[in-house]
Write a new protein. Sequence first.
Lengths: 586, 245
Amino acid sequence: MGPLVLVWRLAAHDLRRRLTQSVLLLVVIAAATSALALAFALDGTSNTAWRTTRAATAGPDVMAEAYPAKHPALGELTALTRADGVVATSGPYPMASPVLRTGKIADPVFAEGRDETMPAIDRPYLTAGTWVRPGGMVIERGFAGQLNVHVGSRVTLDGRPFRVAGIAVETGRGANWRPQLVWVTRDDALRLVSPGGQLAYVLNLRLAGPVTAPAFAAAHSSPSLFIATWEQIRSSDEKELTVVQLVLLVGAWLLGMLAIGSVAVLVGGRMIEQTRRAGLIKAAGGTPQFVAVVLLAENLLLALAATIIGLAVGYLVAPALASPSLSLLGSANSPSLTASKAFMVVAVAVAVAVAATVVPAVRAARSTTIGALNDPARTPRRPGAMIALSARLPASLVLGLLLAIRRPRRAILTALSLLITDVMIVCALALHSSFASGKSTDVMVNQPGLGQPLLARVDSVVLVVTVTLVVLATVNTIFITQATVLDAQRPSALARAFGATPDQVSAGLTVAQLIPALLGGILSVPAGISLYRVATRVAGGAPNANLPVSWMAAVIVGTVAVVAALTLFPARAGARRPVAAVLRSD
Amino acid sequence: MSGIEDTCVLRARGLYKQYGREGGLVRAVDGVDLDVAAGRTLAVMGPSGCGKSTLLHLLGGLDRPTAGELFFEHRRVDQLSERALAQLRRHEIGFVFQGFQLLDELTAQENVELPALLARSSPRQARRRASQLLEQVGLGERASHLPSALSGGQRQRVAIARALVNKPAVILADEPTGNLDSAATLEVLRLFGALRAEGFTLVVVTHDERVAATADRLISMRDGAFAGDTAMANAGGPDVHQSAG
């Protein structure tokens, strides 16, 4: 009982004493667990909504389109209605390709001509208003949301005025298909075909068994027909969530890596204090194992809190992310955070906590008690080549190099922390770049026109993940700078005692931070482009990443500039402390 | 075994501690033989860097000797594992450091309780014992204060209470008055006098002749070896084995 009380007492009091660091550690680990919990929670979330919509709209097992303007294929299309395995059909419906205008928005659409009565197969489900009538169109709900039109709104199709009679959903063509869909009467659809314009026909089929759809599609494949099975339609409708989930998963791994980096920075920053504390506990009779348990308990408390936050975020935010598509019916089902997925989140948090404990615990176990209490400084090492190089450099640069070499692990951590953040920035820029250049077919069907809802949603998730990474990297940089400035106080004071100016010293401190920043920035460009290519390939798109050279340069220059700005103030403050005071306090 | 050996709590034979190598070799403790008798106070004096603190750290298992043998109550301890050394310190040895070495985040009471809880005392027993000791060192009313709210003398008294909490066989004190003013030094001397009267074995490394004057035996060190060994007027009998050095 006694040792347990002591572990709790030592862990709780220490966490409270270094509250800022504890909160930062908590935020860092919680960011990683939240992203991971979100990614897991979204896994399979949209299945229910899609199934509900398919049932309510009598969604087809197979949808076939023919383009008679290019191929006289209407006969081929109608022949499908008599094919083996077909039990019900609707259509063929004529489909024009006009441009819809409302306000300042102009967007090409498919205008499908329907009867004024609902068919047995593919019955769009009206969520507002009434079904098509002459001059009255029904608009797909996700698309209506994008256009911000409502029942009664006035729009034009190729200049012909229409009033929005209703808003509906269906599983034939969701919001992720381009161009998007409106329904008009058959006569209106035929009138929308300009002389020489294209007219397509759409046929919906119900098969005896939905599982036979792929075989049916393969058997009736033809150059003049476009055939989509219900599985392909579902895949398209769920694309949004799949891509969001992928972004979150990649973001979670990056956040996890950065969290470990942040933990290393925070733990490393108080290593001397922790080692002395370990020595003190050992002097009072604590074994190395007991010291390790105390250190682990502190970090596990934080990890536990971070896990709770992460799982709560997963439960609370996932529904909002899972129901972005107005194109499906019903609200998203509860995010499926199963016990095994929750265990994975806990495992990540515990892994970070253990990683934070290992180095000080091993250090405490290896050092003698008096060694831990006194924590003698390590002998600096400097290769001969570096000494020769130093002789040819200006004083500021030499000071910076000496500081960077003195703490190589700290420099590596800075470089890694910035590398991870910049990798996500490069990915975000690559996404923007492909979006801007109209090459966003990487991950979906694409046509020029109105912004695509999928990309907009993915874009916002990427933005949130990137901003989180930038905030964490900034915290890391500030902590590393502070540790470097504290560490450099004595050598800087000595340099000033022998004639270095405060400006030379602060420039040296800045250089010590800029060397790893430059390295991290440069490496992030190829690493980010590679990650983007892998992610787009996993999402089912072509791995194109055409990032302009100027954007790549901006990432590197921006990283160096931000780190310089973050370093300058503490470096200048540190370099102006009276020399005698620094040397006396040593 | 002679009568002297029977009462011996700590015994060192050919104890060496070296740092560095070749040209930079430093012999901090250079072949020391020492017997510390139970219930006696031994003071070790010498110039800075002569190895007296290192000797104290070796005697208490805070550091490991390069060579030689160290016995605690006839049990060889220089080859014990870190875990076994921790248990030895926990039950048998109390430390008082020049820099107090209190845990900043724990109150005076909690600092004193720490070794007791490590020794598996119940929280209630640990609290009772710590309160009793803090009363004894005159800090009963400061028990709930953090070290940062205590003066140097008060911190050292907390450290002494902490060293006593598990009723150790030996108390090792490294410059216990080194950071204290005259008034606080006198207070610590009073406490050491009380401990001596209670029969505790004390080994005190000090620069302060007032502290050394309270000992039964005074050893002078120079360059890692013993340069002198004097029985003091306080000595109650021939309790020492001849030291080498």
